[in-house]
Ligand binder design. Sequence first.
Ligand SMILES: [Zn+2]
Length: 264
Amino acid sequence: MDVTLLPGFNPGPFTGAGNNTYLLTGSHPTLIDAGTGESRHLVALDEALAGARLEQVLVTHAHSDHAKGSLAVAAQSPGVVFRKVPWPELDGRYGVSWQPIADGDEIEAGDGRLRVLHTPGHAPDHVCLYDEPTGTLFVADLVVLGSSVVIPASRGGSLTDYLRSLRRILELAPARMLPAHGEPIDDPRAVLLEYLEHRQRREEQVLTALEAGARTADTIVTRIYPQLATSLLDAARENVLAHLCKLRDDGRVTSDKEAWELVR
Ligand SMILES: [Zn+2]
């Protein structure tokens, strides 16, 4: 598998140094994630293709830092096909038509095949793409080295699904993971176990806050992230909400409008 990392050139508070997109060259030139349409990304794509025709773009999920560049990529790559797991609420934003993919699909890409693993949680349409011969897993936003992933509970995220997706990838046991943000991950098992433990610790903090009388996501946020920068408050609130929804799925808390309560 011939993989070229093409940075998206879109650094920011939620994208870190910017997105990683990956070009697989060979008989089926394939781009994993479309970037955001930054001209430096488009130029780098053109150069890396070295005259070959881009055949398809596999978009890992409909968040704008992964999908927004689709129209710009389409404009410079006549005939390119865009594929993703459908998320009807967001897919229409990007001005291209999408060929649907689904869990278990095998897609010819580069000089090999990628298996689609539907891994919802961070987003309902989120996929990882697996190159079995090399054990390389394109993990998109499932994992970011040295950080945690936002589960936007009020915008399609589900912690219950996310934990299931993490366990599924742990079982798959890839040799390395190439994320959409940050550095490659050479010890997937250690990182996945740490991720699962991190969520377990957070869940305990949320339960402790509820036991101490906190009733809303905002109160819980102030208790467990006391020093948080304002710009990160919304993400923290979404994460706490994700934990509350997961605990509700587990039958351990109930909710009435904005108020949450332990089941005793
Ligand atoms: Zn995302």
